[in-house]
Write a protein that binds this ligand. Structure first.
Ligand code: GDP
Ligand code: IMO
Ligand code: MG
Length: 441
């Protein structure tokens, strides 16, 4: 059976965790393939809140294998703390999890360097999550990284740390005037963490290829989103991995041919945390409505998320890049009570109208949004379970999004819980998408 991917099509926090948790009742395996503990995926099940940073959001369901693939940068301390928290809540994580031996480790010096780089006087801060993501991926590219296989081999770990800590300490103290780390402490802590994780470490690429060969249904859970992708997003205001469909094959160790069905997750509006261009950003009471109503505060850092209208060129660019088969549109309930709702349909850049998203970030920085307004809906839609019961204006707004982005909707979400969801085709759920068309078509 071909695999299914669930990818954020904006700047992260689209509701990927909710969608993955929801549809993985059909999964055998759920895989994270990139990023690290910078992700924050909140899942609400029967009123209970679960926040995932590293663990795949399929971990709540019994009998599923959850995989952290080789494309991740894994903070062993954070992973164990998350495993412990979930285990205390009665979820037997250890029996449901496999960790790639070729995944890289986030070490304490990566987090120190992340904080120091963000605080330096020269250069523009990205507003990172402070989880050491950029420095860990930089070490991977420098071929100085410590992989999970190294973490669980005492001699290799010591040798790799000796080479790294000395060099990093010079950087930390001489370039950034920070405090040096103690090699023996870093080693002792890392070794202790590695010992606990050792039973989970394996060649997950082989595990996944075998599962796919056996006809198992594999789901790939994206973290961040297309616009935070290091190559295709708003560089340099991005994360340090390929946070879209294009990262799956390399990050999981499977051929791109295996990905058969692709779901792009979008909010019915847009948010962004951290610095960087955001053409549809609102600064008025409408932004407050979205932030307060949508609980738009970061799950990882607690920062208020910047809010704006749904950006059509951004979502269309994401859809063209990833070739989504269907959209999951979340948070329609949050827009209830707005007299009018907006779509950014194009930009004005240097006096010209541009309707395709420009990959040159400096152009995006200069882009002024061209906004079309549509009638809003006053009804509370969070209890709606049938598309036909949505207010006509809400259905029309969904239709506008789908026809302009060029991808049909597959899932509509009107609340954080599993139950607050509508499927275009409840019988088929994630199987072959229906042909393109709007809600009422
Ligand atoms: P992710 O990073 O893409 O998984 O998204 P986050 O979990 O960071 O942010 C999405 C937030 O919105 C979470 O708190 C979800 O519980 C919540 N959520 C998801 N879908 C909906 C929805 O349709 N309506 C409302 N009101 N909340 C939602
Ligand atoms: P989920 O998976 C939203 C943003 C940070 C910062 C930039 C780089 O919950 O959607 P990093 O720590 O990765 O070096 O920060 O990327 N960022 C996210 N924004 N959701 C996320 O994850 C994010 N992960 C990173 O705010 O602007
Ligand atoms: Mg999030």
């Amino acid at each position: 059976m071909p695999a299914t991917s669930v990818i954020g099509a904006q700047w992260g926090d689209e509701g990927k965790g909710k969608i993955i948790d929801l549809i993985t009742d059909q999964a055998d395996v759920v895989v994270r393939f990139q990023g690290g503990a910078n992700a924050g995926h909140t899942v609400i099940v029967e009123g209970n809140k679960f926040v995932f940073h590293l663990l795949p959001s399929g971990v709540l369901r019994e009998g599923k294998l959850n995989v952290l693939g080789g494309g991740l940068v894994i903070d062993p301390a954070q992973l164990l703390s998350e495993i412990d928290q979930f285990t205390e809540r009665g979820i037997d994580v250890m029996s449901r999890l496999a960790v790639a031996g070729n995944a890289h480790c986030v070490m304490p010096y990566h987090k120190t360097l992340d904080a120091l780089r963000e605080g330096r006087k020269a250069g523009v801060p990205i507003g990172t999550t402070g989880r050491g993501i950029g420095p860990a991926y930089a070490d991977k590219a420098h071929r100085a990284g410590i992989r999970m296989y190294d973490l669980i081999d005492e001699q290799r770990l010591r040798a790799r740390l000796e080479a790294n800590v000395e060099e990093k300490n010079r950087f930390i103290t001489q370039v950034y005037e920070g405090e040096a780390l103690d090699l023996e402490q870093v080693f002792a802590d890392a070794w202790a963490l590695g010992q606990r994780l050792a039973p989970l470490v394996t060649d997950t690429g082989r595990v996944l290829r075998a599962a796919l060969d056996d006809g198992k249904h594999v789901f790939f859970e994206g973290a961040q989103g297309v616009m935070l992708d290091i190559d295709h997003g708003t560089y340099p205001f991005v994360t340090s991995s390929n946070s879209d469909t294009l990262g799956i094959a390399a990050g999981a160790g499977v051929s791109p041919r295996r990905i058969g069905h692709q779901i792009g997750v979008v909010k019915a509006y847009c948010t962004r945390v951290g610095a960087g261009p955001f053409p549809s950003e609102l600064f008025d009471a409408q932004a407050d409505h979205l932030r307060e109503g949508g609980g738009e505060f970061g799950a990882t850092t607690g920062r208020p998320r910047r809010c704006g209208w749904f950006d059509v060129p951004v979502a269309r660019y994401a859809a063209q890049l990833c070739e989504f088969d269907g959209l999951a549109i979340t948070k329609l309930d949050v827009m209830s009570g707005m007299p009018e709702v907006g779509l950014v349909t194009a930009y004005e850049i240097d006096g010209e109208t541009v309707d395709e998203y420009p990959v040159d970030t400096t152009l995006v920085e200069r882009a002024k949004p061209i906004i079309e307004m549509f009638p809003g809906w006053t009804e509370n839609v969070s209890a709606v379970r049938d598309v036909a019961d949505l207010p006509e204006t809400c259905r029309a707004f969904v239709d506008e999004i789908c026809s302009r982005v060029g991808v049909p909707w597959e899932i509509l979400s009107v609340g954080p819980g599993r139950e607050s969801t509508m499927f275009r085709n409840p019988a088929r759920r994630t199987a072959d998408p229906t042909p393109a068309g709007g809600v009422s078509s």
